[in-house]
Design a protein around this ligand. Structure first.
Ligand code: NAP
Length: 318
């Protein structure tokens, strides 16, 4: 059963200064060079002054510009699935810090999700929680509707929710296979299809899918998980091809081992073996993955990146 709740609705002071890095996100105020706002306005004023005569006019234009109110820019609306814990939580907080309106999806951890919302508010963003299973079509439809009803659109979708049900193939039950495929692959399909409908109308949007390096190289005991993540990678490339003409980019991030609840239960022996395979000699941090998601989702220079898989794995796969 899906459930949505606002964690507050403080107005976002989403300034449109070109020197504020949030402004140029999503290309709303397009300037690949980060110039201070006053510089932009002054330039504008200088050009106008050519049609008039004399220095006075020029100065007056500059003065006028310097007191002109900056145009208001709407904060990007972001949906992060599985944002109550781990990587999804770090991603949601990063968007909150960037001043976004963030829908924090979760399946069971309502208290944790509400805490994430509160932190987003504290950081300067807006947030609402949405409890729902993103492997279920009706929950996904309701999640997208919640974001659109609250904030009018969806600018960014981060397909992050995922589970593991590990076991060697010879002993893997069909239920283990199906649960992982249903959430980790079908969930990505459902959320992407629903969000892309909204993005298509305004011919703009960014989709970031959290895959895994095991979707590229496979892993013992993870036939279900690696098949789903490999599927996410192929799916991402297809989405990139089908939606590029609509101004929507789609990219996948393939983390290696990241410190989270998912990796906390592996045990000391397995952890030691894993660390030997990581050139940088440590697990990654959720915040490191979040930084890459933020880049692909908001930064103006990533507008030209689509259909790519970016590994973030301490050098495990190269
Ligand atoms: P995590 O700590 O176990 O968190 C999983 C998140 O997914 C939670 O917020 C959980 O919500 C949510 N979730 C579970 N089932 C859901 C459902 N049916 N519908 C909606 N949300 C659901 O996992 P993580 O380590 O942060 O992993 C996040 C993503 O990164 C996953 O896609 C994972 O496969 C991928 N990844 C992780 C690693 C790693 O080393 N950690 C490596 C590569 C890729 P509740 O709290 O409500 O259960």
């Amino acid at each position: 059963m899906a459930a949505a709740a606002f964690a507050g609705s403080a107005a976002v002071g989403f300034k449109s200064s070109a020197c504020d890095r949030r402004v140029s996100f999503l290309g709303r105020h397009t300037s690949s060079v980060q110039l201070p706002r006053c510089f932009n306005y002054s330039q504008c004023g200088s050009k106008l002054s050519f049609s008039s005569s004399g220095v006075k006019t020029h100065v007056a234009t500059l003065d006028q510009a310097s007191v002109e109110a900056p145009p208001q820019v709407e904060a990007p609306v972001v949906i992060v699935t599985g944002a109550s814990r781990g990587i999804g939580k770090a991603v949601a907080l990063t968007f909150g810090k960037a001043g976004c309106k963030v829908l924090v999806n979760y399946a069971r951890s309502s208290k944790e999700a509400e805490e994430v919302c509160k932190q987003i508010e504290t950081l300067g963003g807006q947030a609402l929680t949405f409890g729902g299973d993103v492997s279920k079509e009706e929950d996904v439809a309701s999640m997208i509707k919640t974001a659109v009803d609250a904030w009018g659109t969806v600018d960014v979708l981060v397909n992050n929710a995922g589970i593991t049900r590990d076991g060697l193939l010879m002993r893997m039950k069909q239920s283990q296979w199906q649960e992982v495929i249903d959430l980790n692959l079908t969930g990505v399909f459902l959320c992407t299809q629903a969000a892309a409908k909204v993005m298509m109308k305004k011919r703009k949007g960014r989709i970031v899918n959290i895959a895994s390096v095991v979707g590229v190289v496979g892993n013992v005991g993870q036939a279900n998980y690696s098949a789903a993540k490999g599927g996410v990678i192929a799916f991402t490339k297809t989405v990139a091809k089908e939606y590029s003409s609509r101004g929507i980019t789609a990219n996948a991030i393939a983390p290696g081992f990241i410190a989270s609840d998912m990796t906390a239960t592996l045990g000391a022996d397995i952890e030691k073996k894993i660390l030997e395979t990581i050139p940088l000699g440590r697990y990654g941090e959720p915040e490191e993955v979040a930084g890459l998601v933020e880049y692909l989702a908001l930064h103006p220079s990533s507008k030209y990146i689509t259909g790519q898989v970016l590994n973030i794995d301490g050098g495990m796969v190269m």
